[in-house]
Design a protein around this ligand. Sequence first.
Ligand code: SF4
Ligand code: SF4
Ligand code: FES
Length: 338
Amino acid sequence: MTEKITPIREKMLANIRIQRFTPGDDRSSYFDNFKVQVETGMTVLEVLRHIKNTQDSTLTFRAFCRSAICGSCTVRVNANSVLACSTQLLPIIKDFGKASVTITPMANLPVIRDLVVDIDPVIEKLAKMHPYLMENRERIPETLEQESLMSKKELKQFDSLTDCILCGACFSACSTVKVDETYAGPLTIAKAYRFSIDPRDSFRGMRIQASMDQGLWSCVQCRKCLKVCPKDIRPADSIRQMRRIAIDDGIHDTAGSRRAKAYTDDVEKFGQVNKPMLPVVVNGTKGWTAIEAGEAALEKHGLAPTRQVCTLPGQEGAAKIYAKVREIEKKEKAREQQ
Ligand code: SF4
Ligand code: SF4
Ligand code: FES
């Protein structure tokens, strides 16, 4: 006889601390506390709806599909950006070991009311990336009856990126957007990359330029965007790939591409990065000011500055790895051109 398994249902009285903001109100943002019996399986969105239905009907938040598809319900729970409709609250309460959680709106965007933010700044940045296919005449058939086919290998390059639901969790978590509001943000560059490597598209050059104009090289690769993405899209990896295709397409004259080249050349040559000279390699003659300031600071503390970098033991191994990688890349390129 099959044994019937009864799921364990737990309950916990929790304090839900929610950031509030009412436009036109004298107060800037403030926090309200609500007591809620949180049960196994209850999502953040269910808790918010429960509070709205039973305790404060003025509480404002955004949600539509309740199925992790529309991307509208992103909030921060204990400072982590999450989809409210697909995130259960009880495990978070248990992880933090405290019967209290704080819910705040997404970061890096202006708040309209309570947990609702204005997403126009993201949409404006995204629009500059031309996030749609611009017809590649060589791949689009002449008649409507024919399909535009692509190989499995071509599809694999961007397939997972098509799962992005534009929820903005990555934008909310991004360290660079936090300090530089002109930076495009992870989701916009990931979208630009997705269309740029689609063989049916012909606008790659324009998107690379648009990405560079909006800070392609400003991403610090902290990978926070990657940790919060509910669809496992890995925007930080797409940003690295976008930089790679920019260099492959011959765009070498940017501070970022010069830095990337200096890193690889130095590690191959010395087994480490030649940091003392990096500012000049990256920024040209302007870099001398940074070098001189650094040297003056070292001298002030009785340390002798150096512009020489020593060759580390193991450099030969690094050089061999580089030679092997270049050989593999060459073979792959030749195969692609066949
Ligand atoms: S990349 Fe992920 S986190 Fe960013 S908008 Fe798309 S689905 Fe959301
Ligand atoms: S890896 Fe880059 S894009 Fe992603 S969160 Fe960090 S700085 Fe932002
Ligand atoms: S309500 Fe649509 S993704 Fe959460």
